[in-house]
Design a protein around this ligand. Structure first.
Ligand code: PMP
Length: 394
């Protein structure tokens, strides 16, 4: 049986990590994988997470199973963090999932069950896992234009023209904030138009919210999600705690399904069913830490303060990099780096230039020229800017 298996294509980012590890050069710079790094290059455990873990260790009396949907207190705290009362509670069903990826997967399975044949519309480009999971599940897919490589901004006209083709019952997958991989995001006026286009089409948005707090702050980053959730009859939200709580390996996420109040019990039952079929009970440790933090005033204040440091560090690096690139290249071509939000920006370099960055300068970024801003620090910003200027000269 196993001999019938075909090799899977290698994961490009994991390949990049391996190459970086094996590179013996001093001063090599890793801008590949999407984890936050502090100015010393570490991905620390957040203070509030450490404190909650200590408290949990002292007070936890059992590790017996939780509910299929997770602990109700976790779901309630996450729904509040994301929606802040934008939607009546009796319209909201939710399940805890293994990370944001688990939430995306469960959302797509729910879509396949509820609307077999519905097309899922995906931004071009998007996080590669969106494409592979949709394909793996055999769900019809179409891309909508999203990014204008010439300006580094959202190709809003192209996006709207493509969204006009969306049919009733289709699903539009959106990044709630901090678009991965481009870093370019619609402004509030554009979000309103996107919301209207989806309403007009009679489609359902699936919002992937993996970076709340990494862009313009916890509230602003949830604004588009809240807008869509409050205006549209049905909305799916797949959210991750990996980044904003720094608990990547704990696998903590949530799928929220908003619909008519009269259908909530059936929707909830189907979410529970999907968890049951795929893994039974969702992981609890990370969810419990998140709940303890969100439900405790002091821990929550400390978490928010540290998250804000993280966000501001990335914003400062963006400004420094935009300035350094302007100085080194003598052009405003990379001004968008300061406008982008979140952990990533797509620089718009060719695959050959990205390869030259690696071979000549020991700078590692994904082949589409996506770089992890948090992989930089004040010392490496000018090094990167000089390297980019060098590869642009050819
Ligand atoms: N969606 C997007 C757009 C992401 O970038 C990520 C993380 N790379 C996720 C979802 C999910 O992350 P995780 O499963 O680690 O929570």
């Amino acid at each position: 049986m196993l001999t019938a298996l075909k090799p899977q294509p290698a994961d490009k980012i994991l390949q990049l990590i391996q190459m970086f590890r094996e590179d013996p050069r001093d001063g090599k710079i890793d801008l590949g994988v999407g984890v936050y790094k502090d100015p010393t290059g570490l991905t620390p455990v957040m203070r509030a997470v450490k404190a909650a873990e200590k408290r949990l260790w002292e007070t936890e009396t059992t590790k017996t199973y939780t509910g299929l949907a997770g602990e109700p207190a976790y779901n309630a705290a996450m729904v509040e963090l994301i929606l802040a009362g934008a939607v009546a509670a009796d319209r909201v069903a939710s399940v805890a999932t293994p990370g944001g990826t688990g939430a995306v997967r469960q959302a797509l399975e729910l879509i396949r069950m509820a609307a077999p044949g519905a097309t899922v519309w995906i931004s071009n480009p998007t996080w590669p896992n969106h494409l592979t999971i949709v394909k793996y599940l055999g769900i019809p897919m179409q891309e909508y234009r999203y990014f204008d490589a010439a300006t580094g901004a959202v190709d809003f006209d192209g996006m709207m023209a493509d969204l006009a083709q969306v049919k009733a019952g289709d699903v539009v997958l959106l990044h709630g904030c901090c678009h991965n991989p481009t870093g370019a995001n619609p402004n509030p006026v554009q979000w309103l138009a996107i919301c209207e286009a989806i309403a007009k089409a009679g489609a359902v948005p699936l919002i992937d919210l993996a970076y709340q707090g990494f862009g313009d702050g916890l509230e602003m980053d949830a604004a588009a999600t809240r807008l869509l959730a409050s205006k549209l009859p049905e909305v799916l939200i797949a959210a991750s705690c990996s980044k904003n709580f720094g608990i990547y390996r704990e696998r903590t996420g949530i799928l929220i399904a908003i619909g008519e109040a009269s259908g909530r019990v059936v929707t909830q039952g189907n979410l529970n069913f999907l968890n049951r079929q795929n893994f039974s009970f969702p992981p609890d440790h990370g969810a419990r830490l998140v709940t303890m933090i969100l439900d405790d005033e002091a821990l929550c204040a400390d978490w928010k303060a540290e998250l804000e440091e993280v966000r501001l560090n990335m914003l400062t690096l963006r400004q420094l990099l935009a300035e350094a690139l302007r100085a080194e290249t003598g052009s405003d071509r990379f001004g968008f780096v300061a406008e982008h939000r979140g952990m990533f920006s797509r620089l718009g370099l060719t695959p050959e230039q990205v390869e030259k960055l690696r071979t000549d300068h020991a700078v590692y970024m994904v082949g589409d020229s996506r770089l992890n801003i948090a992989g930089l620090n004040r010392t490496t910003v000018p090094v990167l800017a000089r390297a980019v200027a060098d590869v642009l000269r050819g």
